[in-house]
Design a protein around this ligand. Structure first.
Ligand code: BGC
Length: 756
């Protein structure tokens, strides 16, 4: 078996123009194949349920891990588990499949793993993916990841993370799409579709509000007003469900005082009642156990009871359901019907996935056949589109022909494991092409010398290598400095109070700047970092996130101008951590910032604006936006607002621009955000080429939620802004005649209509 035997995802061209439209047809609906097939699934589920003992039922709700001391293989044969986590190779999967088959009812397990942005081949981290503003690429990366993982029998990924975050102190911002609910919905849906197309089912996580812990501290409590929750934090989950995700993971933290794992309003009223979700909810890792520490359950039995009554169907590794639910049912504290319904949900998902009819995985399969050349090529093409060029004074980039030697410096220049990001699944560092190696390969044929000197250890704790790096810089025409975060400084449990460059990195950077050589700074990190004095001192700055296996070649493509950067910031880049949380779609205040009036919004010691706004990113060419036209002066519910703009490439290179449409409702019954992204389109323009771009936004998407959950579009003016970032200033307007009012639950009737 060679890697080539795995067919490439069917998305033909990576750079084909991709519209941010989300396919309406859900994965499950497609699998279920219509009403008759749905009925058949329900009949089979009920038949099976009727034959199950209480213990077997509860077994289906028990998710166990392959951890070193945790796994009792006998549990699988005894029907004590419905799903397994951290099985990542065909031998173990096949063994577990056979054991499950030998159990009394032979119900196949789900095999879950955190396949976030790659299995063996690593694609860019999700926040980087979001920076591409190209859902086609997100879909493609997910599809590749799924193809590799499902090859060895994994069939369920704990992804995508649909958590919006406005606070880059939170380490897990790297796993999501940033700060915007519309971008987040589009990317989340694309990732669900991609995973499904590649053979992995999904679990959108962490429901809900996990991305807004106070202080940016992972696991900390969250306070989000209901109207804001519905406008900002829930839409990406809704999008995941509409794209067909059959499972949802409940969040660790407490939302408005109620831990998500016992939040019946969230898990039952909203998720099932309003949205019609008929899949299952899993807890996060030992999340039901953690209800004791949350202080909402006195003992394990109470924790299990409260969680299942709230709507958590599956207990991930905590072991509370398997131990306590049978007694809770027998004592009448948990109705049998509640357990039955949870089991029904789990079995329904398994049936729809066809698990009962699938052959076992071939245990001779190994992931060592990856990454294939095709996967590498895809990883490279996707990665280079995620880089965001935030500064390029004097057009230092792309590297000019007269540059004959380059010093490649910095702790992340040769950090194969770190460039893969915090979640590696089955990643192997030896598969990865480092930044320095990518630059060497590109420079060698042109006779350009590469002088590599890391400058310090990975965490940059020592300064003894700085002198050698300075020497390398002095011997070179250009310095490329690769700074940022080792992978351990990003991801789960990697919240940061300081966002400055780690340890001695500033000293190293300062020494490089002092050589007088032009410095190109590559920020490799899971979030923006605080640039401080370097913001003005360094001529070229490119944020690369964690680009994955093909980081080196992808970065070389952009540095040398073989690929024109087109990424845009999916999150505001603050000047300093003290500004956090900071986000573009903020509400106005009664005292808008004015330089000449102290008693207005601001800080005594720092600007109130971010260093770089959401949606911002440069190209090697330039774009002009002109001739904004709004087709209608007035629109009514049921109609769309049509906004057309002309975009011209005024530079000398071909390039892609992300054309962005923002709205503002200037007078409403509640304060409305200063800007809200409503649509975007990524287009390629040849030098001098002009193109008209039209956005059609349904009137129903111009509203907001009230605190009681009612969604309204109010009559009145809507302002429109189009441009290449959230600071877009080409403006228009439209008048909305008549309002829209949708009470929770009735939203289900709008299936097929735009998401609210
Ligand atoms: C994380 C989840 C993850 C799970 C299983 C938890 O700690 O919060 O996102 O899916 O572990 O690895």
């Amino acid at each position: 078996m060679t890697a080539r035997a795995i067919p490439a995802p069917r998305t033909a061209a990576v750079r084909s123009a991709v519209k941010p439209a989300v396919a309406a047809l859900g994965f499950l609906a497609a699998l279920a194949g219509g009403a008759a097939a749905q009925d058949d699934v329900e009949r089979r589920v009920n038949d099976l349920l009727a034959r199950m003992t209480l213990e077997e039922k509860v077994g289906q709700l028990n998710l166990i891990s392959h951890g070193k001391n945790e796994l009792r293989w006998e549990d699988i044969a005894e029907g004590k588990t419905g799903a397994l986590i951290n099985f990542n190779n065909a031998q173990d999967v096949a063994r577990a499949q056979a054991l499950a088959k030998s159990s009394r009812l032979g119900i196949p397990p789900l095999f879950g793993l955190d396949v976030l942005h790659g299995f063996r081949t690593q694609f860019p981290v999700p926040l980087g993916e979001a920076a591409a503003f190209n859902p086609g690429l997100s879909r493609l990366a997910a599809e590749w990841s799924a193809k590799e993982a499902s090859y060895v029998g994994v069939n369920w990924t704990y992804a995508p993370m649909a958590d919006l975050s406005r606070d880059i102190r939170w380490g897990r911002i790297v796993e999501g799409f940033g700060e915007d609910p519309y971008l987040g919905s589009v990317i989340t849906a694309a990732r669900v579709e991609g995973f499904h197309a590649g053979g992995l089912t999904t679990s959108a996580k962490h429901f809900a509000g996990y991305g807004a812990p106070i202080g940016g501290r992972d696991y900390d409590t969250t306070h989000i007003p209901v109207a804001e929750l519905r406008d900002v934090y829930l839409p990406p989950f809704r999008a995941a469900i509409e794209a067909g995700t059959p499972t949802i993971m409940a969040a660790f933290n407490a939302l408005n005082g109620v831990p998500s794992m016992v939040n019946a309003w969230l898990l039952t009223d909203v998720l099932r009642g309003e949205w019609g979700f008929d899949g299952f909810v899993t807890s996060d890792w030992a999340g039901i156990h953690e209800l004791l520490a949350h202080g909402v359950a006195a003992d394990p039995a109470e924790a299990a009871r409260k969680a299942i009554l709230a709507g958590v169907d599956m207990d991930m590794v905590g072991g509370f359901y398997i131990k306590h639910l049978p007694d809770e049912v027998r004592a009448g504290r948990v109705p049998q019907s509640v357990v039955d319904e949870s089991v029904r949900r789990v079995l329904r998902v398994k049936m729809r996935l066809g698990l009962f009819d699938k052959p076992f995985v071939d245990p001779s399969r190994v992931d060592a056949i990856f990454p294939s050349p095709e996967a590498r090529q895809a990883a490279r093409e996707i990665a280079r589109e995620t880089f965001v060029l935030v500064r390029n004074e004097g057009d230092v980039l792309p590297i000019r022909p007269e540059i004959r030697s380059i010093a490649v410096v910095g702790p992340l220049a040769d950090a194969a494991r770190d460039q893969l990001g915090p979640h590696g699944a089955r990643a192997h560092a030896e598969d990865a092409v480092s930044v320095v190696e990518g630059i060497r390969r590109r420079a060698a044929p042109s006779g350009i010398a590469v002088n590599f000197a890391p400058g310090c250890d990975l965490f940059c704790r020592q300064a003894d290598q700085i002198a050698a790096a300075v020497e390398a810089a002095k011997r070179s025409d250009l310095v490329v400095a690769v700074m940022g975060e080792p992978h351990e400084a990003s991801g789960e449990a990697a919240s940061r109070a300081y966002l400055t460059f780690l340890n001695r990195q500033p000293e190293l950077l300062e020494a490089l700047v002092a050589t007088g050589k032009p410095v190109v700074l590559l920020v490799m990190a899971g979030r923006p970092v605080e640039l401080g004095r370097f913001a003005d001192k360094i001529p070229a700055i490119l944020h690369t996130w964690f680009p994955g296996t093909e980081a080196g070649p992808a970065i070389a493509d952009v540095l040398f101008g073989d690929f024109n950067p087109s990424g845009k910031l999916p999150v505001s880049w603050p000047r300093t951590a003290g500004q956090l949380p900071i986000f573009y779609n903020r509400l106005p205040t009664g005292r808008p910032t004015r330089a000449d009036n102290r008693f207005t919004l601001g800080y005594m010691d720092e600007a109130v604006t971010p260093l770089y706004p959401f949606g911002y990113g440069l190209s090697y060419t330039r774009f002009a936006f002109t001739d904004l036209k709004v087709a209608q002066e007035r629109v009514r519910p049921g109609e769309t607002v049509s906004v057309t703009v002309t975009v011209t490439n005024t530079g000398a290179r071909a390039g892609q621009e992300v054309v962005q449409l923002y709205t503002r409702d200037p007078v409403a019954s509640r304060s409305r955000p200063l800007r809200e992204l409503k649509a975007f389109d990524k287009i390629m323009l040849a030098p001098g080429e002009a193109r008209q771009v039209t956005f059609n936004v349904p009137v129903e998407r111009l509203g907001f939620h009230q605190e009681d959950g009612v969604y309204v579009v109010e009559p009145g003016e809507i302002q429109l802004f189009v441009g290449g970032s959230s600071a877009a200033d080409l403006a228009g307007r439209v008048e909305v005649i008549d309002g829209v009012r949708i009470v929770p639950g009735e939203q289900r009737a709008s299936a097929g209509k735009p998401r609210l």
